[in-house]
Design a protein around this ligand. Sequence first.
Ligand SMILES: [Zn+2]
Length: 258
Amino acid sequence: MKTVKRWLTWLTDPSYWLLKIGGVVFLTLLTLGITYQAVSYLRLRDDPRNQAFWQWAVGDPALRDDLVTVQRSRCPGAPFILPADGFVGLLYEDPRGPYSSRSPHQGIDIFSNTEPGITPVYAAYDGYITREDGWRSALIMRIPEDPQDPERQIWLYYTHMADQSGYSFIVDAFPPGTQELFVKQGTLLGYTGNYNGNSPRGVWVHLHFSIVKDDGHGRYTNELQFENTLDPSPYLGMAVNYRCEQVTIGCTEAPLCP
Ligand SMILES: [Zn+2]
């Protein structure tokens, strides 16, 4: 008690009081900052999915292989195939990484255990391919009848199929300006890459895959907005929603997650 009193007297002593208050505020902020970092670290350490992420980041190809999902045929009862082999590391509705709970991930990221331009990307379903002028790394595919709701049309968006400099890995059959070219499920579309537009943020080699809603007039909506997208889980027969808390991704029986 005496020490506190003496300390308070020192603090409120008019000489250098501004400097002292400043110091106390600085130390308080520093302590709060360190505590926040420690709590984040512990949360990171305890979520097995973050451990998997860490395992991937460390970069040992053998360790990475344990995380890779290879599912080249449709899961039982599901209409789509997984469009690429890889570590399904960022899930639908995922608040981690560059995303947040207010603006979660709009699709799934399938990370490749290869260099850019090696891992093939296949059409997840039958549909009509469009590649707008200027699209270096992306394709969008129109599906006239949503297999989960035949009354509506949906779109499948595939992106990051170029290297960092923007060199495209999309196959020659789909040059920029391609409109409504019909392809069957399993058709080779291109290869995964690490293109991230003009953003200075580097990304790992991956495919971003999402299901985008139609605007009701035959056009696709903005795929960057979460509300414009659908959960791919029932289409793939895999629990790829962040809320499912699945660590390794594979075919899952319905219900996909509690
Ligand atoms: Zn993504």
